[in-house]
Design a protein around this ligand. Structure first.
Ligand SMILES: [Zn+2]
Length: 483
C-alpha cells in the first residue's frame, strides 16, 4: 500500500515498524462544542485508513485523545479557554461539558459509520505521563521555566519546521490580531509544556506538579497519550491539515527530544472542507453539524459518500447542491443494490477477485476513495450473478462503511410489503358482521384511490357515511362500523 507521507512529502510504501502490529494515533476532538462537518471529514478519512489497514490484514491498534483540558483557540499558546467558554455559555461545569460533547461526538461518528478507535483517552487521565516527559525535558535542557510556566526550547533542535518551509516572516502572518506576544519565551516558536500562570481567570482544572499547581499545554497531550498506549514508536499519526503546524511539529519536537530517537514514520493529513466563502470553522458562517444535516433531511451516510467521492489530500468544497447530488446518488445506489436477488447463483470466485482487485488497487494508491466508489459501481455493471455482486458489495462496504447491505435489505423488505398490499385488500367490520353491499362500495372506493381518482373515493366515503357507515383505512385493507 502506498501512502502519502507529509513528513517526506512523498508517496511511500507503507512498511510498519513491527510486522505483528500497526500503531496508529489520531488527534481527537476538543469537547467544548459539537464537531462541525469539516472536522468530521478528517475522522471519516482516518476511519477509511483504519478500516483498510484491517481489511488488508494488518493487526491495528489505534489510539485517540479527547482534549478536555488545554483548550486553546489559537494555534499559538495564547487565546481563550475553549472549555471554560463552553461551560460559561451553557452554565455547566467543565467536566459536564466535556462529557456531554464527548458523547455527542461519538454519536455523530456512529451516524457517519466511523468506528471508535481501540483506545480513547481523555487528556485529563494522563497528567502523570505529561509530568514525567516534561521533567526529563527539563533535566536534559530542552525545557526551561520562565514567568511561572515551563516552555520547550525550540532553539535546541537541529530542525524545527518539519512539515513545511515556513520562514519566520510567514509565521508573523499567522499571528492573530489582538493576541499578545508571550514575553517569557526565549524564541518565537517556543511553546508551553506546563502552565501555572494561566492567562484565563478561573482556570477550572488544575493539578500539582514540580513547577507548581497548573495544567498541561495542548501539544504534550498527544505525545503523552501516544507513548502511554503505543510505546516509544508510532507507525502512523493522523490529523487535519491545520494540526500539522504547530501542533504536530511541536509533538515531534518534544517526543523526539524526550525519546532520543525518531518517533513516528508516517504522517497523514486530511485537507479542509471549505465552503465557497473559504475555510469552514466554528466561528464563521453557518455552523454545520450532523444534526443540522439530519434536520434538513439528509442521511449522514450521504455526507460520508460525498467525502469519499473526493481525495483526502484535496480541498473539498461544500455546498447544499453538492450534498443534494450525494444524497440522490446514495438513494439510487441503495435502490440498485435492493434490486439484486440474494441467493441468485453461487459465488463466482474469478469475478469476485477481478472486482476486488479494482477496489484494492484504488485504495492501495494513497487511499483513492473516489476510485474505490467507482469500483463499487463497477460491481453493479459487471457480468456476473447477483450472489457474487452482493458478496463484493458487502466486502467493499466493510471499508467504505456506507451501510449498503442493511439499507438495501430494508428497502427490499419494503418493496415486498408494497407488493403484498397491492395484491391483498381485506375488508373487516368491527362488529364481525358481513354486508355485501357495504363491502362492494368499500372495494369501489379502494379502486378509485388506486386510480388516483380521489374525488370519487371521497364521494363513496360520504355516501357510506350518509348511510351510517364509517370507514377507516388499515394496513392492507379497510375496516367499517355502523355509527
Ligand atoms: Zn494531537
Amino acid at each position: 500500500m502506498k501512502l502519502y507521507n507529509s513528513l517526506t512529502r512523498k508517496r511511500e510504501d507503507f512498511v510498519p515498524n513491527h510486522p505483528e502490529i500497526v500503531k496508529m494515533y489520531t488527534c481527537g476532538p476538543t469537547v467544548y462544542h459539537y464537531a462541525h462537518i469539516g472536522n468530521l471529514r478528517s475522522y471519516i478519512m482516518e476511519d477509511i485508513l483504519d478500516r483498510y489497514l484491517r481489511y488488508s490484514g494488518y493487526n491495528l491498534k489505534r489510539v485517540m485523545n479527547i482534549t478536555d483540558v488545554g483548550h486553546l483557540t489559537s494555534d499559538a499558546d495564547e487565546g481563550e479557554d475553549k472549555m471554560l467558554k463552553g461551560a460559561q455559555r451553557e452554565h455547566k461545569s467543565v467536566m459536564e461539558i466535556a462529557k456531554f460533547y464527548t458523547d455527542a461526538f461519538f454519536s455523530d461518528c456512529a451516524k457517519l459509520g466511523i468506528r471508535t478507535p481501540d483506545v480513547v483517552e481523555p487528556a485529563t487521565n494522563c497528567i502523570d505521563d505529561y509530568i514525567r516527559i516534561i521533567s526529563k525535558l527539563m533535566d536534559t535542557g530542552y525545557a526551561y521555566f520562565a514567568g511561572g510556566n515551563v516552555y520547550f526550547d525550540t532553539s535546541k533542535l537541529e530542525r524545527y519546521y518539519v512539515f513545511n518551509d515556513f520562514s519566520a516572516e510567514d509565521l508573523d502572518v499567522g499571528v492573530r490580531e489582538g493576541v499578545e506576544e508571550d514575553t517569557n519565551k526565549r524564541n518565537k516558536n517556543d511553546f508551553v509544556l506546563w502552565f501555572t500562570k494561566s492567562k484565563f481567570e478561573d482556570q477550572a482544572l488544575k493539578w500539582d506538579s514540580p513547577w507548581g499547581v497548573g495544567y498541561p499545554g495542548w501539544h504534550i497531550e498527544c505525545s503523552g497519550i501516544s507513548m502511554k498506549h503505543l510505546g516509544e514508536d508510532l507507525d502512523i499519526h493522523c490529523g487535519g491539515i491545520d494540526n500539522a503546524f504547530p501542533h504536530h511539529t511541536n509533538e515531534i519536537a518534544q517526543s523526539e527530544s524526550y525519546l532520543g530517537h525518531k518517533w513516528c514514520n508516517y504522517w497523514m493529513h486530511v485537507l479542509h472542507l471549505n465552503t465557497k466563502g473559504g475555510k469552514m470553522s466554528k466561528s464563521k458562517g453557518e455552523f454545520l453539524t450532523v444534526s443540522l444535516l439530519e434536520q434538513k433531511g439528509y442521511d449522514p451516510r450521504a455526507y460520508r459518500l460525498f467525502c469519499l467521492q473526493s481525495h483526502y489530500r484535496k480541498i473539498l468544497v461544500f455546498d447544499w447542491e453538492n450534498l443534494d447530488n450525494a444524497q440522490l446518488a446514495y438513494s439510487k445506489l441503495i435502490a440498485r443494490i435492493a434490486a439484486l436477488k440474494p441467493g441468485d447463483g453461487e459465488l463466482d470466485q474469478a469475478a469476485f477477485d477481478a472486482l476486488k482487485k479494482r477496489f484494492t488497487d484504488a485504495l492501495d494508491n494513497d487511499l483513492n476513495t473516489s476510485l474505490a466508489v467507482t469500483a463499487l459501481y463497477d460491481v453493479l455493471k459487471y457480468q456476473t450473478n447477483d450472489a457474487t455482486k452482493l458478496a463484493a458489495i458487502a466486502d467493499f462496504d466493510s471499508v467504505l462503511s456506507l451501510d449498503l447491505i442493511a439499507r438495501a435489505d430494508k428497502k427490499r423488505e419494503e418493496l415486498k410489503k408494497q407488493t403484498v398490499t397491492a395484491g391483498e385488500f381485506t375488508i373487516v367490520s368491527e362488529s364481525g358482521e358481513s354486508d355485501a353491499e357495504v363491502e362492494a362500495k368499500i372495494r369501489a372506493r379502494q379502486d378509485a384511490k388506486k386510480a388516483k381518482n380521489y374525488a370519487e373515493a371521497d364521494r363513496i366515503r360520504d355516501e357510506l357515511k350518509a348511510a351510517g357507515i364509517e370507514v377507516t383505512d388499515i394496513p392492507h385493507g379497510a375496516k367499517w362500523k355502523r355509527i
